[in-house]
Design a protein. Sequence first.
Length: 104
Amino acid sequence: MDYYVTIGIEIHCELKTNTKMFSGAPVRFGKVANTCTSVVDLGHPGILPCVNKEAVRLAIKACTAMHCELDTLLNLIVKTIIIQIFQKDSKSHNNFIQSERMDM
């Protein structure tokens, strides 16, 4: 059996966008806590996140600058955690978002 090495890298960085990565809520530094939120951020049932295309474009631009190899299909996994304060159980949901091909 032949094996080949595949090495991936995961980078967490803050991109200069006007809205959050998975919701249309504005990004405003220094605002009062919980004022820049939307129904997506609050985790209401049945609400699915939407991807910030500007953030994806900036991330692809950074990858291109570092000569990284990019797949033609981006798969994003969003984890939503709902904490119920007065009950024993908390719920965790994993939502898998498969995006369409984006020509940049």
